[in-house]
Design a protein around this ligand. Structure first.
Ligand code: AMP
Ligand code: FES
Ligand code: ZN
Ligand code: ZN
Length: 319
């Protein structure tokens, strides 16, 4: 098949645009959409220093390089942050991911910070998994949210960018409808201004970008990234999420553009309505242990509370 824009062979079909693109036109089209979306949705309005959370996977790695390339046009400075979650049992998943994230920070020549869950917080996701019966992913998700916010503040950033893509968002929205998690749906947007005691704005520049396009782009550009999935992604709750993701991907092949419609309708019409219902003046407290904000005026934040339980379990069950 020939490229829709020139005489070269196409390497990629964009079914929802009825386009076939050669390597150069695909890369060009992808770059232009990235900067257009960033400007159209005013992702970096008033941002000066943007911390990019890099896991070493294709999405956040691609985002790091793209944001770095357009940083002058957007008038922002880019810095990097990665967390060593201590997921290594048998797989060395975290060691490999952190190594790759650092390689990318060096290629992009950006200032960066590595946070080590073991050294900095005295626990790891492997030990949380083996010494307690908590699902690894819930401890991991909570830790990432807390640490990325705190690290961005420490690095004097005003904005935190994560690599969540269109497929992640479609899956999150659909599963929110199925399980009725309307409060978290109300809070999850492409752009979340600082709220409830936090200082950092959070943005998701790939909110409307399909996962398989990011993968193809990362390969064509030759970025180093980790292909392996997290070894805990086969846990019970995660399997249900994966099935929802597969179903959405299947529907997308039969109805091209369905995922973009789902996520756009949510972002433009449904989320604002949910936000009106669920945004209440919450009593924001200050954690007695770490000094960071707590929800519902609690004395101890959820992260410190889980961390202390995990450290206690490690001590009683033997480290
Ligand atoms: P996940 O929660 O694994 O779906 O990842 C969503 C986004 O969170 C990624 O695209 C990254 O921007 C960020 N992220 C996930 N894991 C890490 C990590 N270990 N270090 C830094 N950022 C991360
Ligand atoms: Fe957090 Fe898998 S990346 S449990
Ligand atoms: Zn072409
Ligand atoms: Zn705390």
């Amino acid at each position: 098949m020939k490229c829709s824009l020139c005489e070269k062979e196409a390497v990629r079909e964009i079914p929802y645009m009825k386009l076939f693109l050669c390597r150069e036109h695909f890369i060009d089209w992808f770059n232009q959409r990235f900067i257009r979306d960033a400007k159209r949705y005013k992702l970096f309005e008033k941002s000066k220093r943007v911390a990019v959370a890099v896991s070493g996977g294709k999405d956040s790695t691609t985002m790091l390089h793209l944001l770095n390339e357009v940083s002058k046009q957007l008038n922002i400075e880019i810095i990097g942050v990665t967390i060593d979650l201590g997921i290594n049992n048998g797989t060395k998943y975290s060691s490999k991911s952190v190594e790759i994230a650092i390689d990318n920070f060096k290629i992009a020549q950006v200032e960066y910070k590595v946070i080590d869950l073991n050294k900095d917080y005295n626990f790891t996701i492997d030990r949380a998994k083996s010494r307690t019966n908590r699902p690894a992913c819930s401890v991991c998700g909570l830790s990432k949210r807390y640490i990325l916010n705190a690290a961005a503040e420490e690095m004097n950033a005003d904005t935190l960018a994560t690599g969540h893509n269109l497929d992640d968002m479609a899956q999150f929205i659909f599963s929110g409808y199925i399980y009725g998690n309307f409060e978290s749906l109300a809070r999850n947007s492409m752009i979340n201004p600082p709220e409830r005691g936090y200082k950092i704005k959070k943005v998701k520049p790939f909110f409307f970008t399909p996962e398989n396009e990011i993968l193809h782009y990362a390969i064509l550009k030759g970025y180093p990234f980790i292909y392996d999935p997290c070894p805990y992604s086969s846990e019970f709750g995660s399997v249900a999420q994966e099935r929802i993701g597969d179903m959405l991907k299947n529907m997308e092949t039969k109805m091209p553009g369905m995922m973009i419609n789902l996520v756009k309708t949510f972002e433009k019409q449904i989320r604002p309505a949910l936000h009106n219902i669920y945004s209440k003046d919450e009593d924001v407290g200050k954690c007695k242990l770490c000094g960071r904000p707590t929800s519902n005026g609690r004395d101890i934040c959820s992260f410190c509370s889980i961390k202390n339980k995990l450290i206690a379990a490690q001590l009683t069950n033997g480290l």
